[in-house]
Design a protein around this ligand. Structure first.
Ligand SMILES: [Zn+2]
Length: 475
């Protein structure tokens, strides 16, 4: 969901010893992609997250001041009435849900920062009522950062302003975003200066809860129920009187983002519990945080049940492997993925694979050690790499061997490219190998969105060093 082309620069940190700065890595990333239409198309394909894509917004998820992003989201936003007085707002990448009650509007999630104005306009195209309550389903940037625009709505502010309801840990998340803004910029591929810098850059919850909160708004019940899943601050919103469920990110219309290697621990068993609980509520209309709404009660139930079964299948496999004392990589490699999951359209792999999810489940139950004894207290990486290069008979044979594997065993070619890189990053043949190997890896049909982000960042670091060599005065 972040923009992979011009996002923040992981390489500046990852390769800190090389002295690459954010701008250099961004330029290198653009350089690699813009000169290569196939690569451009491949890189752009994965970011839509079940909706329409907006490159300007994905490049500026935290930034309400990007006129280009605000305009692009405005042009691509539409609002769909799924039930009486109940709408799904299809912003690019992410949704918001709007429910009109006799006391005013309930708005579940507010999109990315540049999506705020489009959300308000979509709301005003269907209702003049003031916004009574805003619910944050969780504190992620694509769900809770467009609120600033709603706080400028005259009808809403004349009525006293909205209450903003969220799980207690959303505030903790906001604090973390302030504290770790450099790290987040890296792992979310955002320009570092876009990240919130002070408490005033965020619109904080005014009402918080722990496990469950039951509100009555305009004579109607609104139940907010927490289970850790995509985040530890997530909840779904259930309006029993109209059978409407806002399912946040528990259901995403594709294999959910439970195995993202850049993110802190995600819910595992609790995700399954939430799905089964939501299925048992018997919703008649589903408003998901991403993707299309569903108005067929049987389909809602079967979708939730199948996703719960799929996640439980992975969790059971991991627990069984851990109890049988299997090495962690073998637990991941031996995960089977039955056809009823693999072939199901809303379990398709866009962002993470079943194996990535298995890794996150392993992390839930164990420590950081990967079970390989030398990795408990490893030699410095550059020294390991130098030994591998020496064993190979020098950098030339290593590069040659890696190149010979590009067509037949791309993962192994990338392993060799890594050893070459960590040993001799300034060698021109190594730099070109890294660019070529990871370009091929991006183009490989089996690479998903998260894979592509990792590979492009690494290729960009190599390209940045090439650009320095081409024009030393520039560096
Ligand atoms: Zn989301």
């Amino acid at each position: 969901m972040s923009d992979p082309v011009t996002g923040g620069s992981p390489a500046a940190l990852e390769h800190g010893d090389l002295g690459l700065d954010v701008a250099e890595c961004t330029d290198a990333r653009i350089d690699i992609v813009l000169g290569d239409p196939d690569l451009m198309a491949r890189v752009a394909a994965g970011g839509a997250f079940g909706g329409e894509y907006s490159r300007p917004a994905a490049q500026a998820m935290f930034n309400r001041h990007s006129a280009e992003a605000v305009a692009d989201v405005r042009a691509k936003t539409r609002i769909v009435e799924l039930a009486p007085r109940s709408w799904l707002v299809r912003l690019p990448i992410v949704n918001s849900a709007v429910f009109e009650t006799d006391a005013g509007l309930v708005v579940c999630d507010t999109g990315m920062a540049p999506g705020g104005p489009a959300l308000l306009e979509a709301i005003r195209s269907v209702s003049d009522a003031p916004i009574h309550t805003i619910v944050y389903s969780h504190g992620h940037v694509d769900h809770a950062y467009g609120t600033w625009a709603l706080m400028e709505d005259p009808a809403t502010m004349a009525a006293g302003g909205p209450q903003i309801v969220a799980h207690r840990k959303v505030a903790d998340r906001f604090d973390t975003y302030l504290r770790l803004r450099g790290s987040l910029a890296r792992y979310m591929n955002q320009p570092p200066h876009h990240l919130p810098a002070s408490r005033d850059d965020l619109v904080w919850p005014t009402v918080t809860f722990d496990d469950r909160l039951e509100l009555e708004i305009g004579g109607e019940a609104l139940h907010l129920v927490h289970h850790p899943a995509e985040t530890d601050d997530q909840c779904y919103a259930w309006m029993p009187d109209r059978g409407a469920l806002y399912s946040a990110d528990y259901y995403q219309g594709f294999l959910p983002n439970l195995g993202n290697g850049k993110r802190l621990q995600r819910g595992t068993d609790d995700w399954v519990i939430a799905l089964r609980e939501m299925a048992d509520l018997g919703p008649t209309v589903l408003f998901p945080g991403h993707g299309e709404g569903i108005t067929d009660p049987e389909l809602i139930r079967s979708e939730f049940t199948l996703l719960a079964d799929a996640l439980e299948h992975i969790i059971d496999h991991v627990i069984d492997g851990l109890n049988r004392r299997m090495r962690k990589d073998l637990i991941v490699d031996t995960l089977d993925w039955p056809d009823r999951f693999a072939d199901h359209p809303t379990l398709n792999v866009q962002y993470v694979t079943p194996r990535d999810i298995a890794r996150m489940v392993i992390k839930r139950w164990t420590g950081w050690w990967d079970d390989i004894p030398s990795h408990w207290a490893p030699a410095p990486l550059t020294e390991q790499a130098a030994t591998i290069v020496a064993l190979a008979g020098g950098i030339d044979p290593l590069v040659e061997r890696a190149r010979s594997l590009l067509d037949t065993d791309l993962p192994q070619a990338c392993h060799l490219a890594d050893w070459a890189w960590y040993a001799e990053p300034h060698h021109p043949d190594v730099q070109q190998l890294v660019v070529d190997a990871y370009r091929d890896r991006i183009m490989d049909p089996s690479s998903n969105t998260q894979d592509i982000l990792v590979y492009l960042d690494h290729a960009a670091a190599a390209r940045a060093l090439q650009r320095r060599a081409e024009d030393p005065a520039d560096s």
